[in-house]
Design a protein around this ligand. Structure first.
Ligand SMILES: CC(C)(COP(=O)(O)OP(=O)(O)OC[C@H]1O[C@@H](n2cnc3c(N)ncnc32)[C@H](O)[C@@H]1OP(=O)(O)O)[C@@H](O)C(=O)NCCC(=O)NCCS
Length: 191
């Protein structure tokens, strides 16, 4: 008989909208973010900051009313997250649209479809909150993310040659949108 541990239950994926973070979840979120940053996909961070800086960042996200935090759990442990960023109150002209940002999955949790579940939950939350369009942007080098977004129906509408700077090198970026009611937008038509 093999001496390898045997798994009987399939991997369980769960996505939650978070209004608070207990100490264990905060720690797991920091660990997952740090691993993703080290791997090169760190939602803006190029080098991982000190643990207490990351902790302060996530505590801040919870406190900011315009940011809605979703986390993805793999077998109970937070392994990834994304945020819905809602428009400022003065931005009446774009009040129908929000942004999907800071989407990542820790390297150890990749390949289980967690990212798609996170994004679908974020879309449902945005739709339930009354938004009709979700926008996002991504570095052109984030190939896995681009595949996930395009497979979920995000439409690329532009690119920016000087989108980011990593290790002193300019990196281009792509901009995407998705209509949440699945009705294609006719340019010029009211939403
Ligand atoms: C993009 C990302 C969120 C995808 O997360 P995920 O939950 O692994 O998504 P999936 O399970 O659907 O896998 C995506 C692809 O990665 C592949 N993959 C599998 N295991 C992998 C691993 N250990 N490491 C990297 N990619 C893996 C999958 O096979 C899949 O390929 P496919 O598109 O050919 O099917 C994740 O790779 C990530 O966090 N990347 C860095 C951060 C980033 O790019 N964020 C987006 C910024 S806007």
């Amino acid at each position: 008989m093999s001496s390898e541990n045997r798994t009987f239950a399939p991997t369980e994926i769960r996505v939650e909208l978070m209004h608070s973070l207990n100490a264990a979840d905060l720690n797991d979120l920091c660990d997952a973010a740090e691993a993703a940053i080290r791997d090169g996909g760190g939602f803006g961070w190029v080098e991982p900051p000190e643990h207490d800086v990351l902790e302060a960042y996530w505590r801040g996200v919870i406190l900011i009313a315009d940011r809605h935090l979703l986390v993805g759990r793999l077998d109970g442990v937070i392994a990834g997250s994304c945020q819905i960023l809602i428009p400022a109150r003065n931005n009446e002209a774009q009040s129908f649209a929000c942004n999907l940002t800071t989407n990542f999955v820790a390297p150890w949790a990749r390949g289980h479809g967690l990212s798609a579940k996170l994004i679908e939950a974020a879309e449902e939350h945005a739709r339930d909150s009354g938004f009709q369009v979700l926008n996002l942007d991504v570095r052109e080098t984030q190939i896995a993310a681009i595949r996930v977004y395009e497979s979920l129906g995000y439409v690329r509408f532009g690119s920016h040659p000087l989108y980011a700077r990593v290790g002193g090198q300019d990196v281009a970026g792509y901009f995407y949108y998705k209509t949440l009611d699945q009705t294609p937008i006719q340019p010029g038509a009211p939403l």
